[in-house]
Each structure stands twice: as C-alpha cells, then as structure tokens.
Write a protein that binds this ligand. Structure first.
Ligand code: PRP
Length: 180
C-alpha cells in the first residue's frame, strides 16, 4: 500500500499488527528486567507518543510515565544535526530507574545529548528503548540500546508517530520513502 504525504510518496514497510506484537515482547521483557523497580518511562515527543502508548499497555509492573521534548529535524528527510534544548526534565527522576522511549535512533545525536541531560538529574539507572534503530545512520557512540523494536535500513520512514513535514504521524503503519 502507498500513501502520498505532501510532495512525496511512501510505501508500507511495517504493519501495525507487527508493531503491536513487538510492543508485547518488549513489554514482557521490561516486566522481567524491572520487576523489582518502579521505573519512570520518559517518552521523547513528538515521535514516541503512539509507541509509548502501545508499549505501556504491555507493561504491568508499577510505572510512572512522563514526556520530554527535544527537536533535531526541521521538515527535512535527513537529520540537521542540530539538537535544541530539552523541555520537561525535572529532578523527580533523581534516584529512579529511567527508561527513555524513542520512536527512532537515526544519527544518535538526539539520544547522546539526551542521555547527558538525564544523567545531570542523577537517576539510579538509564535504559534506552527505541522502536526503530538505523545502525547504518549512526554518527555517535550511543552505547547499548537496551530495547530495540526493529533494526531498519537507512531510509526515511514515516507513520506511527514519525512525521514528514509534521504530517503522517497518525498513520497506523510505518511507511518508507520511495526514492525517484
Ligand atoms: C526524531 C526522533 C528522534 C530523533 C532521532 O525527532 O523522534 O528523537 O529525531 O534522530 P537522531 O538520532 O538523528 O538525533 P525529531 O527531532 O524529528 O522530533 P519529533 O519527534 O517531534 O518528530
């Protein structure tokens, strides 16, 4: 199936059902890994909003949920490499087990910045969860990614929270850009 978003055409890449199945697996793994903890899940807006919602339905241990906002793209199909400041972080995470939830790790610039900012708040531990991970696009040493939904090729993807020019976040499936 194909969709047109603004000036570009995209083709279906990951069906919603497959994403939900993976959320279940990740949630079950987290329930086991964090069974003796009451972690704080921090979703990175805007892209993670659907993934975090579906993931948390599979997390059955006591857990808090919060959101932060960082921006690195500006309506382009490649990372600008510019990371702005983070909004929404506060010292309530001090001494707590934190799980940062991303929709995608692309260059890793956002995540490395974010980890440093979160560390300043002195959490007990930081785990990283990302629905999508593009190993071939990585430009930073991000260390271990504890939970990865899907490793994907270095292609532009949209849907299920991810945008193209701020559009397409509401698509249930994930689509990839078809190059001309
Ligand atoms: C996207 C995505 C990650 C980041 C990944 O966010 O949600 O946070 O880019 O790219 P990187 O690994 O190259 O840093 P974006 O800044 O586009 O904001 P959005 O979530 O609001 O779309």
């Amino acid at each position: 199936m194909k969709v047109q978003i603004d000036d570009k055409e995209f083709t279906c890449f990951l069906k919603h059902e497959k994403i939900i199945d993976r959320c279940r697996e990740l949630g079950q793994q987290m329930n086991e890994d964090l069974k003796n903890s009451t972690p704080i899940f921090i979703g990175v807006l805007n892209g993670s909003f659907l993934f975090l919602a579906d993931l948390m339905k599979e997390v059955s241990i006591p857990a808090e949920i919060s959101f932060i906002k960082v921006s690195s793209y500006s309506g382009q199909t490649s990372s600008s490499g510019v990371v702005k400041s983070v909004m929404g972080l506060n010292d309530s995470i001090k001494g707590r087990d934190v799980v940062i939830v991303e929709d995608i790790i692309d260059t890793g610039i956002t995540l490395t910045f974010l980890i440093e900012e979160v560390k300043k708040m002195q959490p007990a531990s930081i785990r990283i969860c990302s629905l999508l991970f593009k190993p071939d696009a990585l430009k930073r040493d991000i260390g271990k990614v504890d939970y990865v939904g899907f490793e994907i090729p270095n292609e532009f993807v949209v849907g299920y929270g991810l945008d193209y020019k701020e559009l397409g976040r509401n698509l249930k499936d994930i689509y990839r850009f078809i190059a001309e």
